[in-house]
Write a protein that binds this ligand. Structure first.
Ligand SMILES: [Zn+2]
Ligand SMILES: [Zn+2]
Length: 152
C-alpha cells in the first residue's frame, strides 16, 4: 500500500457526473464510467494532462486551469509523480538554494550537499557512540560526579 497516503488528500472521481455509474480506474489518473464510458480524471490525472499540454505552465496556472490546489501540485512533484518540462518557468524551487527544479525537493547540487550533511551527522553520531558519549548522558554524568567525589 505504498503511496496510499496521498489518496486521502486529492480528489478521485468515484461516481459518473453524467449517469451516476461507477468510475473505474484505468491508470495514470484516468477513470472511465462503466455504464456510459464517460472519462474523468483525478487530481493527478488533471495536473499530468495539463502539464503535458502546457509544458511552460507554472503552479498558479495549473491550479487555475485544473482546480487542483498548489499544495497538491507541489506534493505530486515532490513525490516524483509528475515532472515539469525542461526549460519551463519556475514551478518548484529547491528548498535550499531556491533554484527552480523539475521535481523532488532539491536541485541535484543541493541534494548531494544535503546527503553529505546527513552522512557527516551520522559519522559524528557514530564517533560519539564509539566514545561512549551521547547515549544515557545523564547517567554517565552522575557516575562521573560520583567517582570524582569518591577521591579521584
Ligand atoms: Zn456514466
Ligand atoms: Zn539547490
Amino acid at each position: 500500500m505504498e503511496g496510499f497516503g496521498i489518496l486521502e488528500q486529492y480528489h478521485i472521481p468515484q461516481v459518473c457526473g453524467k449517469c451516476g455509474g461507477v468510475m473505474v480506474f484505468k491508470g495514470v489518473g484516468e477513470y472511465h464510467c462503466e455504464r456510459c464510458n464517460a472519462v474523468d480524471y483525478d487530481d493527478y490525472g488533471k495536473v499530468r494532462l495539463y502539464i503535458e499540454g502546457h509544458p511552460g505552465a507554472n503552479a498558479a496556472q495549473v491550479e487555475e486551469n485544473t482546480g487542483v490546489s498548489q499544495k497538491i501540485i507541489r506534493r505530486l512533484l515532490k513525490d516524483g509523480r509528475i515532472e515539469v518540462a525542461e526549460g519551463s518557468k519556475s514551478f518548484l524551487r529547491c528548498e535550499v538554494c531556491g533554484k527552480s527544479i523539475r521535481s523532488g525537493q532539491f536541485c541535484p547540487e543541493c541534494e548531494t550537499k544535503v546527503h553529505n550533511r546527513i552522512e557527516a551527522q551520522q559519522r559524528a553520531i557514530n564517533q560519539k557512540n564509539a566514545k561512549g558519549v551521547g547515549m544515557g548522558q545523564k547517567g554517565d554524568e552522575g557516575q562521573r560526579r560520583f567517582m570524582r567525589k569518591d577521591g579521584f
